[in-house]
Each structure stands twice: as structure tokens, then as C-alpha cells.
Design a protein around this ligand. Structure first.
Ligand SMILES: *[C@@H]1O[C@H](CO)[C@@H](O)[C@H](O)[C@H]1NC(C)=O
Length: 151
């Protein structure tokens, strides 16, 4: 394979198959909105999970009790529509059994349970949370890491 082809494939895979980013668990109890502001200020956003691979990277940052906020929330207008903080569409889901159930009609955000499964939850609870640092597909670090790994 030529070097050019190799680079092309690496970039292509990086853009379309790569994990969304690096995850961080923040061991501070905050409401979902407070956690969102904290992640946006300090990192990129509350954790976004777009694939099974992302899920595996997310759950790998803790060894037990995976409980905490992730960046999924209901759309303001259409409560059946889930979006990631930063407005991305939900492309992967990992709901616990019988969830989301919007209990009492006030469960607008998502808590990952200790099992790693998702549950819709009221935003005012104080929980620890997961942030992520976004992989910019064309970002210098990302390309650098992948190209150096290829050669
Ligand atoms: C709301 O979102 C759901 C889930 O994506 C969709 O099936 C439904 O058509 C939407 N409803 C409206 C009124 O847009």
C-alpha cells in the first residue's frame, strides 16, 4: 500500500469510526445543568457516547459504581427526541430495562447507573458526572497520533 493511501485510510477511519473523545469522571456532585457547565468550561462537554466503542472507553475510566450524569437530554419541544449536549443526534443507546420511562413527566436528562446502563432522571439531583474532551477529526493531536501509529 502506498503511503498516500495509508494516510487517506487513517484519516477516513479517524473521521468516521473514531471514538468521540477522551472521557473523564468528575468526582463532584452537581445537578445535570451544573455538570454540563463545568464540563463545557473545563473540557469539551458532558460525555457524548456515539458507539459501543465509546461506551467501552467511557466505562473504562472507573473501576466500580459507574453511576453519573452523561450528556444526553430530551429536546425542549419534542420530549421523545433525545439529543447530546452540543446538539448531536442520538446514534447509539444503552438504556436499562424499561427505560426511558419519563417517570412523573420530569425526567429530561440521563444518568448512567452503576451497571453502566442508562436511565432517564430528573435534572435536579446531585450526582457525579462524566465529561469528555472532543476529538476534532482534523485536529493536530488526533492526526498525529493516528499517522504515527500507522507508520
Ligand atoms: C419526536 O421525536 C420522535 C423520536 O425521534 C419522532 O419519532 C417523532 O416523530 C417526533 N415528533 C414530532 C412531532 O416531531
Amino acid at each position: 500500500m502506498t503511503m498516500a493511501k495509508n494516510i487517506f485510510i487513517t484519516i477516513f477511519l479517524g473521521l468516521f469510526k473514531g471514538p468521540v473523545g477522551k472521557y473523564i469522571h468528575v468526582d463532584m456532585s452537581q445537578t445535570w445543568s451544573e455538570a454540563q457547565s463545568y464540563c463545557q468550561t473545563k473540557y469539551s462537554d458532558l460525555a457524548v457516547v456515539n458507539s459501543q466503542k465509546d461506551h467501552e472507553l467511557l466505562v473504562a475510566v472507573k473501576t466500580q459504581d459507574l453511576s453519573g450524569w452523561i450528556g444526553l437530554h430530551r429536546d425542549d419541544v419534542n420530549v421523545s427526541l433525545w439529543k447530546w449536549s452540543g446538539e448531536g443526534k442520538m446514534r447509539y443507546q444503552n438504556w436499562a430495562k424499561d427505560q426511558p420511562n419519563n417517570y412523573e413527566g420530569r425526567q429530561n436528562v440521563v444518568r448512567m447507573m452503576s451497571s453502566g446502563k442508562w436511565n432517564d432522571y430528573p435534572q435536579g439531583y446531585y450526582l457525579t458526572f462524566y465529561c469528555y474532551i472532543r476529538n476534532n477529526g482534523f485536529g493536530k493531536n488526533y492526526l498525529h497520533n493516528h499517522i504515527s501509529r500507522t507508520f
